[in-house]
Design a protein around this ligand. Sequence first.
Ligand SMILES: [Mn+2]
Length: 495
Amino acid sequence: MSENQKKVTDLRSAIALLSEYEDELIYTDEPVDPIAELSGVYRYVGANGTVQRPTQIGPAMIFNKIKGYNDMRVLIGLLSSRKRVARLFGTSQENLAFMLKDSVQHPIAPIVIPREKAVCQEVVHLATDPGFDILKILPAPTNTPEDAGPYFTLGMCYAADPETGEHDVTIHRLCVQSKDEISMYFVPGRHLDVFRQKAEAQGKALPVSISIGVDPAIEIGACFEPPTTPLGFDELSIAGSLRNQPVELTDCVSINARAIANAEVVIEGELLPNVRVREDQNTNTGKAMPEFPGYTGDAQAAVPVIKVKAITHRKHPILQTCIGPSDEHTNMAGIPTEASILQMVERALPGFVQNVHCPSPGTGKYLAVLQVKKRNANDEGRQRQAALLAFSAFSELKHVMLVDEDVDVFDMNDVMWAMTTRYQGDVSTVFIPGVRCHPLDPSSDPAFSPSIRGHGIACKTIFDCTVPYSLKHNFKRCAFMAVDVNRFIPGFNKK
Ligand SMILES: [Mn+2]
């Protein structure tokens, strides 16, 4: 284990680690309005991703003063740079997916600690307290002026299967609907929704804890999806493996559920059976919030509701949030996607795929670039087999780009060079039409293409930008002399 890997156990230790670098974290004391302004600022500072330009890769940012709130800070963009994520995990950007893959294969289950030791319960607000109001306690941001309402964007939603008792953690968009109600949007098939439906079939509520402001290993681990983490796989055990120490849970104060013991904030509640609300019932904007493909999602007509029973938090809490289309999402969704692909291709084609990158313009979920090494004539064609495996490893993947071992998958300029000089559209493109992908891609719609029979179905496509094995001799990159630049510019290789 590297030093950095051991140093982080919660959000505060992650912040302390980033403070050791000069370019990873900035603070402001200028009072900010959580309604649209906070996200508006960070769009310029460090969102990047699929956000409309101007934006950039930049530091994480802490707003020390939130208008209308005392003693409440907001952190945004913690994971919105791959370099920063690598530092928080004590590894290199190129090795992140391999590290995640190993963690999934060697999970360490969470443990439960006594409530008196759980810092997330230093301050307790019960919904039965006079004047209880979610938005009086927590400055949930509204990300754009047309959002359906204020959203919690980085809540680790944790619940148990009512039949088996197995747990699942996932991040969902959570819109504050009233003083003690939050709506929860599920993309079809999500594991917490399976639990919710099982409870609903029995006419019961499903207790759920929402932990906000935790070790980033939990945030990234929570983004794994099946088949890598099938129903019943507690994704908290991935974070346990990443830190080589179990995630600590504690019993909630108001419901029969567990929360992450060192979270900054925990919202405790119950998903109510047979209750639905219109997501934008308070604003009628027709919109939900900015989603990772770079478009503001439509407000859903009927989403499940969490009745909040309590909010607990640490003293001087830090509410963590993200911009949906930022690189923060790319990293949280993309690195687990890379790890899932690596796991599957390594089982089927050992040693063939060298690395995988799910880059920012591909949202982390829709595009994967696979770097392969054709070792002999028999490897010709295996690159397309690797692409098919990638589609199986992650069902929401839409495009796979294949490049050779001399192309840097972490440099999209180099990938586009490969597409320019090692790709001919008519023979290098493989279409797999009519496959279900993801509903938030607006082009995956029958109005866009006659091959699409329903919203969320897409034409998966392989862009094979590898050189045919028999032609490799025609595709050698210019061979510059390997030299030690440090002789000319001392310290050059340390940058
Ligand atoms: Mn799951």
